[in-house]
Design a protein around this ligand. Structure first.
Ligand code: CP3
Length: 354
């Protein structure tokens, strides 16, 4: 129904799905499974659908987005779909000149480095992303009881791409701004929080029944810097969508030391990568939150028995948790055998069925 904890357009059947129950820390018929980057290059049907179409162009084609988003749901029987898009789509939508280069990632034509540059980060309105509303409408009609996860990049991770001008190993220019001009940095992150909050609202109002905030690269920071320079902006994003009552997932890579703070920022579910066992992750996050994770995506290149043994370890470590969503510790790698993913979903369902 349309209660405060059900989201705007989440149907009763979707509300009762294993995925949303686990997010709410309610008992589940089996541990729900989905994979970050489940839609993508590991699937031959994805490569075929994307043939001759640039990544960013594909994100603006509602029928193609619908098809690609549904592909892993059909093939793997995962418990949730994730909206096919990219974290830089809202930036493109407000007019930032950028591209996604194959094998590289997002590249920004004119990086954001001065106060004057901030003027280019205007507010995002629903009219800027009509294709998102359209695609999510089509998707929820097709998905039935399977929930759709909307997502956005978190202010720090978006800022890193904008300030560096592209992918970065060490985030040196980003940190130079953060430490050297804290006021400019705070304004930049606040602008990004506004844009990100507005983008998540569009997805929820269109029918997403959960959202994930990807702060993929925030593991580059120490806890004190995270708390001072990043957490206020991420908290603002979570606050912007709090009233909808849809579960808010917060994920980053290498964030073992930040897990408690990432929960504190306002998440209902905290993503854990493979470096921290789930029980230790739960201890660090503290009570009142579900956890998502955390099989090392590289394990999928090992023989089935090894995958199952490592999966069993994850399930055992998560056994005492109130609310576990099984996922990889980071995205599916492009050369992963899709059959290994299908087997993994089946294995987790079978091992956790009550
Ligand atoms: O299935 C899903 O998870 C939904 C689709 C999705 C994509 N990007 C599609 C995509 C999601 C959730 C993202 C988020 C994203 N994009 C993140 C956060 C998640 C993470 O992995 O940490 C980040 C950091 C980006 C930025 C980005 N976009 C990178 C690093 C890349 C890969 C570059 C490459 O070619 O290796 C992209 C491009 C991208 N986004 C692809 C896909 C399927 C690959 C490009 C293609 O298929 O042509």
């Amino acid at each position: 129904g349309e209660g405060p904890s059900s989201g705007l357009r989440t149907t009763p059947a979707t509300h009762e799905s294993a995925f949303l129950k686990a997010c709410r820390r309610e008992p589940v018929p089996h541990t729900p499974v989905w994979f970050m980057r489940q839609a993508g290059r590991s699937l031959p049907e994805y490569l075929k659908a994307r043939e001759g179409i640039a990544m960013l162009d594909s994100c603006m084609m509602p029928e193609l987005v619908t098809e690609i988003t549904l592909q892993p749901v059909r093939r793997h029987k995962v418990d949730a779909a994730i909206y096919f898009s990219d974290i830089v789509v809202p930036l493109k939508a407000i007019g930032i000149d950028l591209d996604i280069k194959p094998g590289v990632g997002p590249v920004i034509a004119e990086p954001i480095r001065t106060r004057a540059d901030l003027a280019r980060l205007r507010d995002l309105t629903p009219e800027d992303v009509l294709y998102v509303t359209e695609a999510i409408g089509m998707l929820t009609a097709e998905l039935g009881a399977t929930p759709l996860i909307g997502f956005a990049g978190a202010p720090f991770t978006l800022a890193s791409y904008l300030v560096e001008g592209g992918p970065s190993r060490n985030h040196e220019r980003t940190k130079a701004m953060m430490y050297g001009d804290p006021e400019l940095w705070a304004e930049l992150l606040d602008r990004l929080a506004e844009i990100t909050g507005a983008f998540l609202k569009v997805q929820i109002e269109a029918g997403a029944s959960a959202v994930q905030l990807f702060d993929s690269w925030v593991g580059a920071l120490a806890p004190a810097d995270y708390r001072r320079s990043v957490m206020p902006a991420s908290a603002k994003v979570f606050d912007a969508v709090a009233s909808y009552g849809v579960p808010r997932i917060h994920f980053g890579v290498g964030t073992g030391e930040l897990l408690g703070l990432m929960g504190e920022a306002g998440a209902d579910v905290v993503g854990v990568d493979w470096r921290v066992p789930m029980d230790e992750g739960a201890r660090r996050v503290g009570p009142g939150k579900a956890l998502q994770g955390n099989l090392d995506p590289a394990v999928l290149f090992a023989p089935t028995e090894a995958v199952e043994a490592k999966t069993r370890d994850v399930l055992d470590a998560a056994a005492g948790l109130e609310g576990h969503i099984f996922n990889l510790g980071h995205g599916v790698m492009p050369t992963t055998d899709p059959d290994a993913l299908t087997r993994l979903v089946e294995y987790v369902h079978q091992q956790t069925a009550v």
